[in-house]
Design a binder for this molecule. Sequence first.
Ligand SMILES: [Cu+2]
Length: 127
Amino acid sequence: MKKIFFLSIISVAVGCSTPSEPTPKKTSLKIVDKTVVKDGVAQSTFTVWGNCGMCKQTIEKSLRKEGIQKADWDIDAKIMTISYDTSKVSLKTIQQAIADVGYDNVNIKGNDAAYAKLHECCQYDRK
Ligand SMILES: [Cu+2]
Protein backbone atom coordinates (compact mmCIF):
# COMPACT_ATOMS: atom_id res chain seq x y z
CA MET A 1 0.00 0.00 0.00
CA LYS A 2 2.75 2.39 0.97
CA LYS A 3 4.58 1.60 -2.21
CA ILE A 4 1.59 2.45 -4.37
CA PHE A 5 1.18 5.77 -2.63
CA PHE A 6 4.83 6.58 -3.18
CA LEU A 7 4.67 5.71 -6.87
CA SER A 8 1.66 7.90 -7.41
CA ILE A 9 3.53 10.85 -5.90
CA ILE A 10 6.42 10.27 -8.28
CA SER A 11 4.18 10.15 -11.31
CA VAL A 12 2.62 13.46 -10.32
CA ALA A 13 6.04 15.01 -9.84
CA VAL A 14 7.32 14.06 -13.29
CA GLY A 15 4.10 14.99 -15.02
CA CYS A 16 3.34 18.27 -16.71
CA SER A 17 5.14 21.07 -14.96
CA THR A 18 2.76 23.94 -15.43
CA PRO A 19 3.20 26.45 -12.63
CA SER A 20 -0.47 27.14 -12.14
CA GLU A 21 -3.30 24.81 -11.24
CA PRO A 22 -5.11 23.17 -14.11
CA THR A 23 -7.19 25.87 -15.65
CA PRO A 24 -10.67 25.13 -16.92
CA LYS A 25 -10.64 24.59 -20.65
CA LYS A 26 -11.44 27.69 -22.58
CA THR A 27 -14.43 26.88 -24.69
CA SER A 28 -14.28 30.08 -26.68
CA LEU A 29 -10.78 30.84 -27.87
CA LYS A 30 -10.68 34.17 -29.60
CA ILE A 31 -9.22 33.57 -33.05
CA VAL A 32 -6.91 36.32 -34.24
CA ASP A 33 -5.41 36.86 -37.70
CA LYS A 34 -4.20 40.35 -38.39
CA THR A 35 -1.25 41.96 -40.18
CA VAL A 36 -0.22 45.60 -40.35
CA VAL A 37 2.64 46.63 -42.65
CA LYS A 38 4.54 49.85 -42.26
CA ASP A 39 7.75 50.80 -44.11
CA GLY A 40 8.47 47.21 -45.11
CA VAL A 41 8.11 45.90 -41.59
CA ALA A 42 5.06 43.82 -40.81
CA GLN A 43 3.56 43.11 -37.47
CA SER A 44 1.28 40.11 -37.44
CA THR A 45 -0.82 38.74 -34.65
CA PHE A 46 -2.44 35.37 -35.12
CA THR A 47 -3.63 32.39 -33.13
CA VAL A 48 -1.31 29.44 -32.57
CA TRP A 49 -2.70 26.47 -30.65
CA GLY A 50 -0.55 25.14 -27.79
CA ASN A 51 -0.37 24.56 -24.03
CA CYS A 52 2.59 25.60 -21.99
CA GLY A 53 6.01 27.15 -21.59
CA MET A 54 7.62 24.27 -23.43
CA CYS A 55 5.33 24.91 -26.38
CA LYS A 56 6.32 28.54 -26.26
CA GLN A 57 9.99 27.59 -26.52
CA THR A 58 9.38 25.21 -29.41
CA ILE A 59 7.22 27.69 -31.30
CA GLU A 60 9.52 30.66 -30.81
CA LYS A 61 12.63 28.62 -31.61
CA SER A 62 11.11 27.66 -34.97
CA LEU A 63 11.05 31.37 -35.81
CA ARG A 64 14.73 32.14 -35.47
CA LYS A 65 15.02 33.06 -39.12
CA GLU A 66 16.51 35.85 -41.13
CA GLY A 67 14.16 38.80 -41.32
CA ILE A 68 12.27 38.01 -38.13
CA GLN A 69 12.87 40.71 -35.57
CA LYS A 70 10.64 39.67 -32.72
CA ALA A 71 8.44 36.68 -32.02
CA ASP A 72 6.44 36.24 -28.87
CA TRP A 73 3.72 33.70 -28.20
CA ASP A 74 1.26 34.36 -25.41
CA ILE A 75 0.47 31.12 -23.58
CA ASP A 76 -2.91 32.18 -22.21
CA ALA A 77 -4.32 34.03 -25.19
CA LYS A 78 -2.54 31.65 -27.65
CA ILE A 79 -1.60 34.59 -29.79
CA MET A 80 1.67 35.00 -31.67
CA THR A 81 2.93 38.54 -32.08
CA ILE A 82 5.68 38.78 -34.65
CA SER A 83 7.58 41.56 -36.42
CA TYR A 84 9.42 40.84 -39.64
CA ASP A 85 10.99 42.35 -42.71
CA THR A 86 8.61 41.65 -45.59
CA SER A 87 11.46 41.70 -48.13
CA LYS A 88 13.11 38.76 -46.33
CA VAL A 89 10.35 36.57 -45.02
CA SER A 90 6.64 36.07 -45.66
CA LEU A 91 3.82 35.35 -43.27
CA LYS A 92 3.26 32.07 -45.08
CA THR A 93 6.87 30.99 -44.40
CA ILE A 94 6.46 31.93 -40.74
CA GLN A 95 3.23 30.01 -40.32
CA GLN A 96 4.69 27.03 -42.18
CA ALA A 97 7.67 26.99 -39.77
CA ILE A 98 5.27 26.84 -36.82
CA ALA A 99 3.25 24.08 -38.48
CA ASP A 100 6.45 22.13 -39.21
CA VAL A 101 7.22 21.81 -35.48
CA GLY A 102 3.71 20.47 -34.80
CA TYR A 103 1.62 23.48 -33.95
CA ASP A 104 -1.68 24.37 -35.56
CA ASN A 105 -2.07 28.01 -36.43
CA VAL A 106 -4.82 30.08 -37.86
CA ASN A 107 -3.93 29.26 -41.48
CA ILE A 108 -1.81 26.10 -41.52
CA LYS A 109 -2.40 22.86 -39.66
CA GLY A 110 0.52 21.47 -37.67
CA ASN A 111 2.56 18.55 -38.97
CA ASP A 112 1.05 15.36 -37.53
CA ALA A 113 4.35 13.50 -37.11
CA ALA A 114 5.88 16.47 -35.29
CA TYR A 115 2.79 16.75 -33.09
CA ALA A 116 3.06 13.07 -32.16
CA LYS A 117 6.64 13.64 -30.99
CA LEU A 118 5.77 16.55 -28.72
CA HIS A 119 6.02 16.07 -24.97
CA GLU A 120 2.84 14.72 -23.45
CA CYS A 121 2.06 18.08 -21.82
CA CYS A 122 2.48 19.81 -25.11
CA GLN A 123 -0.07 17.69 -26.94
CA TYR A 124 -2.62 20.43 -26.95
CA ASP A 125 -6.22 20.13 -28.07
CA ARG A 126 -5.99 20.58 -31.77
CA LYS A 127 -7.63 23.25 -33.80
CU1 LIG B 1 3.82 22.58 -24.08
